[in-house]
Every structure is written in C-alpha cells, then in structure tokens.
Ligand binder design. Structure first.
Ligand SMILES: *Cc1c(COP(=O)(O)O)cnc(C)c1O
Length: 382
C-alpha cells in the first residue's frame, strides 16, 4: 500500500466476522477492563485499558505504517512520549548530544528534570562534525529536530545516523514538523522517531498526544514495557481523534506546504521584512539538504520584521485571520512571538546566541484560502 492508502486503512480493517458490527471507523471502547472466559489468558486479547485497548491498537498500527516502521506506540502527549523514551534508553550517568535549537518543552525536560541524572551537550547540528566532536565515552543518544523550531535549521539525518552507528549511539529524530508525509527519518538510518501528535497528525487543534515509531524490536519491547509501567497513555477518545486526523494528513500537508511556499515568497519580497526562514526558499542556506531528505517543505516558517520589538508586537496586534497563539499544525493559521511566547523560558543571552531575536515572528500556516492569508498579512504589515 502507498502512503495515503495506509493512512486511511491500516489498523481499521472492518471486522466482518459473524456477530461483529463491521465498523468502518475504529470504535471507541471506553471500558477500562475486559472480561475473559479463561483465567489463564484474556479472551479478546485485552486485559486492562492502560496496557492496551482497541482504539490505541488501531492508532499504533497506523503510526508504524506511516513511518515505514515495524512498531508504533501512542502516548498522552509529545512530552509523555519523550520522557518514556528517555527513561527507556538512558541510565544514570549517560550522555546525550542534542541540537541547540530544540522545542522549548524538550529543552525544559532535559535541563530542569533530567539533568541530575543525565548529561547533555547542545551543538549546532547543521554541521554533523559538531555532533561528532561532542561524543564522549558515555554518549548513548543523539537527539535531533529537523527542521528546528523556530529557526527552521536542518540537520543531515543520514550523516548523523552514520556517525551514531559507528559508536553504537541511538539516533532519535523529532519529526513533528514534517510528519512522515514529507520526511521519513528511519529511511535515512535514524533509529527512533518521536512526534507530538497534537500538531499535524491530529491536525485540528483539538487533541494532545504523542508517538514513538521504530523498527528495533529490543528497543520496542523496553519502551512498550515502560509505556504500561509509567502509564502516560492517551484515552481511547484521544486515540480516535488522532486516527481520524491521520486519514486526511496528506491532503492537509499538501495545502499547508502550498500556502507556506506562497507566504514565504510574499514575505521575502516585502520591504518591511528583513529575513524569512523557510527551507523551501532557494535562499535558505540548507535548501539542497531540504530537497534531499524532505519531499516538500511543510507549513512552518519564521520571519524577522524590520524595526523594534514594539513594531513586532504592533504587527501581531493587527492580524485578524491568524490567531495569536502558541502551538502549530492545525488547519487554522497561527502566529506568535517566540521570544515572548514559546521560547520565553530560554534565558535571554542564550536565545540571542541561537538567533531568536525580539523581532522574530513564527507562523504555522493553515489550510485556509491563500488569498485571505496574504490579504491579512498585507493589511497587518501596512
Ligand atoms: C509540541 C511539540 C512537542 C511536545 O508535544 P506535546 O504534545 O505538546 O507534549 C515536542 N516536539 C515538538 C517539535 C513540538 O512541536
């Protein structure tokens, strides 16, 4: 099966056995426990809903199929997926090399929760040599995002996974921004993919969720054990919503991509805009790498407005269709100020060093009519 067919059908084959209802969409079983005929083993395959349930099974099969992975695991949030993954892969005293332009919540988890147990080194991963140079005797994990948030920096997944393989280091890629629709890190040698399904996979800003996809069975068994042992699992209803979102993933991603390309071109030519960060623009310094490992460029872009922080705030006060909000990946367009909103918890000096200035604006380009989006930015830029 091809991508779109898998997105629609995997995990949801109608059960046509005598006595079953033949649902075409996965049913939501709210029961927390499942009765059995036999003391020795569960009759329908289910025991207790934290361990597994039908809606989560459907979602996990779909997630695996999308990333060309053997296994998929669903969690209550992206952060729940990340913490369960780190608990499964690391022990006290281990070392992690991560890219320095990380999602704020991931940075907080590393810096404020795990740092008493695990050592972290942050590098500019645009150059794989920086990742290689940071390796120590106790390095167990590379943790990368590509493209990053909000500066849309890329890392070469294939080059980094190659470095990791030689040293028995596990490569994790947070694939939330591109989704498997446009980028499949496992195909480039990464070991594990994580997602916030809250974003494009859910796609409608109405469910919080997370996912892990991988093909290594030993690692899978450890994470699966911890998924149940730690218990940061999604509800059956949340699983249903993500399953429903995934069915239209390709349709939505194509429109996000098309709209973002048009907005990026518009912004790049606007006299009040200093700089646009979008991997689909030929002016993006890693445009060639983007074309190599991504099949399109997605719906996220950032830009720097000319003037001061006050000008940026005034501009944000004038937009009408774009909602001034954190998060991303829904059908509705969102706009925000990273230095004051999503990335406010990063100390100012570090923020400046990375390049998150007070005039930087991040956009999650939705699937609305492009003329309306262009018109809104035009009136707000003035
Ligand atoms: C949102 C996000 C997360 C965290 O996911 P939650 O579902 O909010 O817990 C992790 N990584 C990236 C890139 C994100 O955008």
């Amino acid at each position: 099966m091809r991508f779109v067919t898998k997105a629609i059908h995997v995990g949801e084959e109608p059960d046509l056995r005598e006595g079953s209802s033949g649902d075409v969409a996965v049913p939501i079983h709210l029961s927390t426990t499942f009765a059995r005929k036999d003391v020795e083993k569960p009759t329908g395959g289910y025991e207790y809903s934290r361990t597994s349930n039908p809606a989560r099974d459907a979602l996990e099969k779909k997630l695996a199929a999308l990333e060309n992975a053997e296994f998929g695991l669903a969690f209550a949030s992206g952060m729940a997926a990340e913490s369960t993954l780190l608990l499964s892969l690391l022990k006290s005293g281990d070392h992690v090399v991560a890219c320095d332009d990380l999602y704020g919540g991931t940075r907080r988890l590393f810096r404020d929760v795990l740092q008493n147990f695990v050592e972290f080194t942050y590098v500019d991963a645009r150059n794989p040599e920086n990742v290689k140079k940071a390796i120590q005797g106790n390095t167990k994990l590379f943790w990368m995002e590509t493209p990053t948030n909000p500066l849309m920096r890329l890392c070469d997944i294939e080059a980094i996974a190659k470095i990791a393989k030689k040293k028995n280091i596990v490569t994790v890629i947070d694939n939330t921004f591109m989704t498997p629709c446009f980028q499949k890190p496992l195909d480039f040698g990464a070991d594990v993919v994580v997602h916030s399904t809250t974003k494009y996979l859910g796609g409608h800003s109405d469910v919080v969720g997370g996912a892990i996809m991988l093909s290594n069975e030993t690692l899978y068994k450890k994470i699966k054990f911890n998924q149940n042992a730690v218990g940061a699992v999604p509800s059956p209803f949340d699983c249903f919503l993500v399953v429903r979102g995934i069915k239209t993933l390709r349709l939505r991603m194509e429109r996000h991509d098309e709209n973002a390309r048009a907005l990026a071109r518009y912004l790049e030519s606007h006299p009040k805009v200093k700089k646009v960060y979008y991997p689909g623009l030929p002016s993006h310094p890693q445009h060639e790498l983007a074309k190599k490992q991504m099949s399109a460029f997605g719906g996220m872009l950032s830009f720097e407005i000319k003037g001061t922080a006050e000008d940026a705030k005034a501009f944000l006060g004038r937009v009408k269709i774009f909602a001034l909000a954190e998060s991303l990946g829904g059908v509705e367009s969102l706009i925000e100020h990273p230095a004051l909103m999503t990335h406010a918890s990063i100390p100012e000096g570090e923020r400046k060093r990375i390049g998150i200035t007070d005039t930087l604006i991040r956009v999650s380009v939705g699937t609305e009519d492009i003329e309306d989006l262009l018109g809104d930015l035009e009136q707000a830029l003035g």
